[in-house]
Design a protein around this ligand. Structure first.
Ligand code: ATP
Ligand code: MG
Length: 884
């Protein structure tokens, strides 16, 4: 069976058992604060087990893209060194949400493995939870009995809490599990040592392939367990390991899942996988063919490599692969990106998203590779010199601060440094490194230091009501407030029960405005709100006014009022951003997708996926199109609470990495033109924008461009400024009828004059030369010229000396000059005199320079010096005369 058939057979099997087949969730976890990446099949169904949502069916099956490189599951260090752990892998799973339980789950697993896939029964072992007294959880008799009826007691192993009891977190659903292991060794090996004894012992050919979790308890915060009202099944089977078993291989990398990539690597490197004397070449091929999957799919799902958080994890995986290629396969040039097309092709029917973004992903990886290869070279040199320095002192531990510096300056992930060190029999000071890292974190924390008092709660509230789409002013109550010390001063954070203030989100800045506290009768106090920010679901109004405690705690009804003029400008910029994105997709192509957005009342900034510079002509076309749509004065069509699927089916544009709930808001300006999921504020009709004008275009990172633009008044202001500049130039040029021509002729004139000056200077030097030769002192063994001269530049002294040398034999020439107020000296001594007498122009000029308070140097036959005291020139020249 090919891997495609194996995957398909799994899905078909569970479809036949009335399971709904769903697509994989993105690799990058979007709505879960505890996870960066999806690391198991159940992650996308968490809410169903927690009772926060209802599944679309009580039986579901799928294949889920998983990544185990951070947090609770981190297999990165093993990848490449063993043959069955990957960074990214597919987890095949079937789920029962309060439907079937152990009996069906176990029977079906066995039916699929031995019936459909024809795996040998005498090579399979299963584990059952042995129970745990401290937890009060009994031995899983039910699973034992079920398995006993299928495989017999001799193939069952008892497992402890660590291997056979699954928990979602510190609290929540949990339960015993049953794992299925397979023994893939040769008959000879099996005859010698029983497979049963090797289960759960890290043997590369006796591995776990499937884990069946039976959720039947809930762990409470006090640690106790109570039975769940309804029980669930959650299973996960490693697809690549399954392929290894069915295709009768002893390594995941020998299956068709990895062989395509490995073959391309063989061609590129000229090395054969599995036939290398140095083990690291094989490890490198495994690392690279594994990591390309993780990196490609992460970028596809919206996670670009970067310096922070999930982006940094991806960057590190990419660098690990490139480093292995560089060190063990001889890749000095970028190679990693070349593997993307292999994967895109291989997965085009399974995870189509990679094929759709193939070019983008390739570009991003190429650029990352290029920049890493540059730092890699200098970093490796640095590491080498550190290690040889230590070796001389007989030390074999690389200090933590060096490890830290390598990671900080050269982008060397610590595991890389540790690895390189290990290969050279060094180790790293892990604790020292952690200290250095902690120190840096502390510094940056101090930089961003904030000190907040506890919230002072004034009234109950079940969440803020945002009224800003419809109102600019509301009557509200203060729910709570606190005082926060920041680096720039003290501020108050105020939470209202209802508010017209938009909190910074989706690229749109927060509103500013005022809160009016108190009443007309008892005296009002107006305070300024300088920003509104979201903190989870709170809308926080920020005021920098002083001493507000009393006013805030005593406030009854407050009037919350936004700065309408500012908001209107923000609205214009937000709507203009939408019109611009649609126009870009028309002009540049539909590959243009949002990668970042920021807009306030002055400017809109937009990052998007596109591979080349947007030409002036393209910019003009986009600008024209946006302005056309502005003049059409299209009315806003705003729809709230639309079910997300309905919106997407209707073709609404959504942004990668944005969180969307089940119900979304749609912003439409002509359904055929601009149709987006958006929570921001917009103009009632496009005419209000007035005019749209780009002000810049450039690159942010590989494959991502940035434009900035202005609208309305700001655009007019910009045009006025440019007009003024032109007018000023015109005035300076005395109002010529053709300004461009006037400037052109000015430039021409200037260069003609420069030529003339150069010619004149040359003439002057020729005349000077003549005078100097005439006044030269002739001695028997040398001809001496010591003279203060009037020349335009220090270079002229050199020219003068060299030209005189061609004319006068045995020349010694010392010149002094004042150039731009600064003294200069030069000393020339004919080459033959230098050789015969050992005189040295460099030494002489240094000595003479003392009189002009300066220094200099050069060669034995010609040297120069500059100084700061021009009044010393004569003394220096007098001294020179006495020297020869
Ligand atoms: P192992 O002990 O082998 O690391 P695990 O206990 O971490 O496995 P589970 O969390 O139960 O595994 O995941 C379910 C299945 O997913 C496993 O039975 C295995 O087939 C597969 N699997 C787990 N981790 C990886 C990985 N890093 N690469 C490939 N497959 C994996
Ligand atoms: Mg594991």
């Amino acid at each position: 069976m090919t891997s495609h058939q194996i995957r398909q057979a799994f899905l078909d099997f569970f479809r036949s058992k009335e399971h709904l087949i769903v697509p994989s969730a993105p690799l990058v976890a979007k709505n879960d604060p505890t996870l960066m990446f999806n690391n198991s099949g159940m992650a996308q169904f968490k809410d169903f087990f927690l009772g926060n949502g209802t599944p679309p069916s009580r039986r579901i099956a799928d294949t889920q893209k998983c990544l185990r490189v951070s947090g609770k599951h981190n297999d990165l260090e093993d990848v490449g060194f063993d043959t069955y752990h990957h960074t990214m892998f597919e987890m095949l799973g079937n789920w029962s949400f309060g439907d079937y339980f152990k009996k069906e789950a176990i029977a079906w697993a066995w039916e699929l493995l031995t019936g459909v896939y024809q795996l040998p029964k005498d090579r399979l072992y299963v584990s059952v939870f042995e129970g745990n007294e401290a937890d009060g959880v009994p031995f899983d008799q039910e699973a034992w009995d079920l398995w006993k009826g299928i495989v017999g007691e001799e193939r069952i192993i008892l497992g402890n809490k660590k291997d056979n009891f699954w928990e979602m977190g510190d609290t929540g659903p949990c339960g015993p599990c049953s794992e299925i292991h397979i023994d893939l060794r040769s008959p000879a090996e099996v005859a010698e040592v029983s497979g049963k004894s090797l289960v759960n012992n890290d043997h590369p050919q006796v591995v776990e392939i499937w884990n069946l979790v039976f959720m039947q308890f809930e762990r409470k915060a006090d640690g106790s367990l109570i039975p769940l009202p309804s029980t669930h099944v959650d299973t996960g089977m490693g697809f690549e390991r399954l392929c290894m078993a069915i295709q009768q291989k002893t390594s995941n990398y020998d299956t068709d899942v990895f062989q395509n990539t490995i073959q391309v690597l063989e061609t590129l490197s000229g090395k054969k996988y599995g036939q290398n004397d140095e083990p690291f070449a094989d490890i490198a091929m495994r690392v690279i063919s594994d990591h390309i999957r993780a990196v490609s799919f992460a970028i596809t799902d919206g996670q670009l490599p970067s310096n922070v958080k999930a982006g940094y994890v991806i960057r590190r995986i990419l660098r690990r692969a490139v480093r292995y290629g560089y060190s063990y396969l001889g890749f000095q040039e970028p190679f990693f990106h070349k593997l993307v097309s292999v994967l895109a092709e291989q997965f085009k029917d399974v995870f189509t998203e990679l094929k759709d973004q193939e070019e983008f992903v390739t570009r991003v990886i190429l650029e990352e590779e290029k920049s890493f290869l540059r730092t890699l070279e200098s970093g490796l040199k640095r590491l080498d010199s550190i290690m040889s320095g230590l070796k001389e002192k007989g030390i074999n531990t690389i200090p933590g601060n060096e490890v830290f510096e390598l990671s900080d300056t050269f982008g060397f992930p610590v595991d890389l440094t540790a690895l390189i060190a290990r290969e050279k029999s060094f180790q790293i000071d892990e604790t020292g490194y952690q200290d250095a890292l902690a120190e840096q974190k502390k510094r940056s924390r101090q930089d961003a230091a904030k000190e907040a008092t506890d919230w002072i709660e004034l009234r109950e509230s079940d969440g803020v009501e945002f009224l800003g789409y419809d109102f600019e002013e509301t009557h509200s109550h203060i729910v709570k407030y606190r005082k926060v010390k920041t680096k720039t001063g003290e501020e108050y954070h105020i939470v209202l029960d209802r508010t017209p203030f938009y909190a910074e989100m989706g690229g749109q800045v927060g509103d500013t405005g005022t809160l009016i506290l108190g009443s007309k009768e008892e005296g009002e106090r107006t305070i300024a709100i300088v920003d509104t920010k979201k903190e989870n679901d709170l809308f926080v109004h920020v005021s920098r006014d002083k001493n507000l405690d009393e006013a805030l705690s005593g406030a009854g009804i407050v009037t919350a009022k936004i700065d309408t003029g500012r908001r209107n400008k923000i609205k214009s910029n937000h709507t203009a951003t939408h019109l611009m994105l649609s126009s870009m997709r028309e002009v540049l192509g539909t590959h243009v997708s949002q990668k970042g957005s920021f807009l306030n009342d002055e400017v809109l900034r937009f990052d998007f996926a596109h591979f080349s510079k947007v030409t002036d002509e393209e910019l003009r076309k986009i600008e024209d199109r946006v302005n056309e749509k502005i003049r059409e004065n299209i009315a806003l069509d705003e729809r709230r609470n639309v079910p997300i699927q309905q919106a997407l089916d209707a073709g609404a544009t959504a942004t990668f990495g944005e969180k969307y709930g089940d119900f979304v808001r749609l912003i439409i300006f002509d359904p055929k033109f601009s149709f987006e999921l958006c929570g921001g504020t917009h103009v009632p009709s496009t005419g209000e924008i007035g005019v749209f004008k780009f002000i810049s275009e450039g690159s942010v990172s590989a494959g991502v461009r940035r434009v900035e633009a202005v609208t309305g008044e700001k655009a007019l202001e910009l045009m006025r400024q440019q007009e003024e500049t032109l007018n000023t130039i015109k005035d300076l040029l005395k109002g010529p009828s053709d300004l461009v021509k006037a400037v052109e002729s000015l430039i021409e004139e200037r260069s003609a004059l420069q030529k003339k000056i150069a010619a004149l200077e040359n003439e002057k030097i020729q005349a000077l030369k003549l005078a100097l030769v005439t006044n030269m002192e002739s001695h028997s063994t040398f001809n001496l010229i010591v003279q203060k001269v009037d020349v335009p530049s220090a270079d002229s002294l050199k020219q003068l000396s060299y030209e005189l040398r061609d004319q006068v034999e045995n020349l010694i020439a010392v010149f002094g000059a004042e150039i731009g107020g600064k003294p200069q000296l030069s000393v020339f001594i004919a080459e033959n005199i230098v050789q015969e007498t050992g005189l040295n122009a460099g030494k002489i000029v240094k000595d003479l320079a003392k009189d002009i308070r300066g220094g200099g140097g050069g060669q034995p036959f010609f040297a120069t010096a500059g100084g700061s005291d021009a009044s010393g020139l004569d003394a220096a020249l007098d001294k020179a005369k006495g020297l020869f």
